[in-house]
Design a protein around this ligand. Structure first.
Ligand code: MN
Length: 306
C-alpha cells in the first residue's frame, strides 16, 4: 500500500478539502480533515502535512504537489532494509539502567504504517530531546493511539536478580517478555521488530538461552534506534513516562525529591535517606550494587561524626 506525504500551503489544503468535501470522514486527532475516496484515504493535519494512503495515493497526491525528495537512508550503516522507517514496526527500549534510584522499565510499542504520520504530529521523536513535562503529555496521547506492553523491574526484585545475573541479562529478559506480551496482543505480526541496541545480538540471545519463548523473527538491533523508526521513539517516550511516574511515587514515599542519574546529587540524597531510614529501606528504592551505595555510606558516616 502506497503512502505519500505532502507539505501543502494553506491554499492548497483548502483545495484538497473542497475537492473531497463530499467524501469526508471524521479526522484523527491533530488533523482537521479526512476523506475516503476510491483507492485512497487522505488526511489533512494541522501542521499542513497531507497524507494519502492506498493504491491510488500517488495519482491523487500528484494533483496537489510532489513529495519532498527522500532523505538519503540513514539506515544503511545499520543494515536495516531501505524504507524501513515507513514499515509497520514494533520498537523496544528501556529506561533506568543508569539511575541509582528507581526501577528498570522496558516498553515495546507497535506502530502500524498508517499511524506513522500521526505519531510525528503528536510530537513523537528522539526522547533525549524532549523535556519531562512534554514526555508526560505525549505519553498521554500515545497511550490511546498505539498498542504497547511494559515491564517494570522494581528495586527489590532487581536487587534479588542482581545477585545471580548482570544488568544486561535482566534488560534482555524484560525486552523479551514485553515483546512476547505485545505480539500476543497483535492480530497481525509486524513487518519487523527493532530493539534499541544495549548489547550485541549474540549476547542478547545468550542472555535468553534459558527462556522458552524467544522472540527471534525479523528482529533487528541498532544503536540510536529512536531515530530509525518512530516505534522505538514511541517506546522510549512511554518508558520514560512510566519511569517518571515511578520516581514521583518514590519522592512521595520518601518525602524527598528523588534525583535521576547516578551523580553527586544522588549520593547526597541517598546519604540523607540512609540516615533517616537505614540501609534496608534504601535498598528497596535503589539499584543497590551501584557505587553510589558506598559513597552514600561514606557521606552518612561523615555527617554522623560529631
Ligand atoms: Mn535505549
Amino acid at each position: 500500500m502506497g503512502t505519500v506525504v505532502l507539505k501543502l500551503t494553506k491554499e492548497k489544503q483548502e483545495t484538497v478539502i473542497s475537492d473531497f468535501a463530499q467524501q469526508g470522514i471524521s479526522p484523527p486527532p491533530y488533523a482537521r480533515f479526512a476523506a475516503r475516496t476510491t483507492g485512497c484515504i487522505l488526511t489533512v493535519y494541522n501542521s499542513g502535512k497531507v497524507t494519502f494512503q492506498g493504491q491510488a495515493a500517488e495519482s491523487i497526491a500528484a494533483r496537489y504537489g510532489t513529495p519532498a525528495a527522500k532523505k538519503a537512508p540513514s539506515t544503511a550503516s545499520n543494515s536495516l532494509p531501505a524504507d524501513f522507517s515507513s514499515w509497520s514496526v514494533v520498537g523496544s527500549d528501556e529506561v533506568g539502567k543508569g539511575d541509582f534510584f528507581g526501577p528498570l522499565v522496558v516498553v515495546a510499542a507497535y506502530v502500524d504504517q498508517s499511524k506513522i504520520e500521526l505519531l510525528r504530529e503528536l510530537g513523537v521523536r528522539d526522547s533525549k530531546n524532549v523535556s519531562d513535562p512534554e514526555i508526560r503529555n505525549i505519553a498521554r496521547d500515545l497511550h490511546n493511539v498505539v498498542p504497547y506492553e511494559y515491564r517494570i523491574l522494581h528495586n527489590p526484585e532487581y536487587n534479588r536478580m542482581q545477585r545471580t545475573m548482570t544488568q544486561g541479562k535482566m534488560t534482555a529478559l524484560l525486552h523479551n517478555s514485553a515483546l512476547n506480551g505485545l505480539l500476543d496482543q497483535l492480530d497481525t505480526p509486524p513487518q519487523a521488530i527493532l530493539i534499541d541496541q544495549f548489547a550485541e545480538k549474540t549476547t542478547y540471545y545468550k542472555h535468553l538461552s534459558g527462556e522458552a519463548r524467544q522472540v527471534k523473527d525479523n528482529v533487528y538491533f541498532s544503536t540510536k534506534a529512536e531515530g530509525l523508526h518512530v516505534a522505538v521513539a514511541a517506546a522510549s517516550i512511554l518508558a520514560r513516562a512510566i519511569f517518571l511516574k515511578e520516581m514521583d511515587q518514590l519522592s512521595r514515599q520518601t518525602g524527598t525529591e528523588i534525583p535521576k542519574g547516578a551523580g553527586a546529587k544522588v549520593d547526597q540524597v541517598a546519604a540523607s535517606l540512609l540516615l533517616r531510614y537505614g540501609a534496608e529501606r534504601l535498598q528497596q528504592w535503589t539499584k543497590f550494587h551501584f557505587a553510589n551505595t558506598k559513597k552514600a555510606q561514606a557521606l552518612a558516616e561523615k555527617r554522623n561524626r560529631p
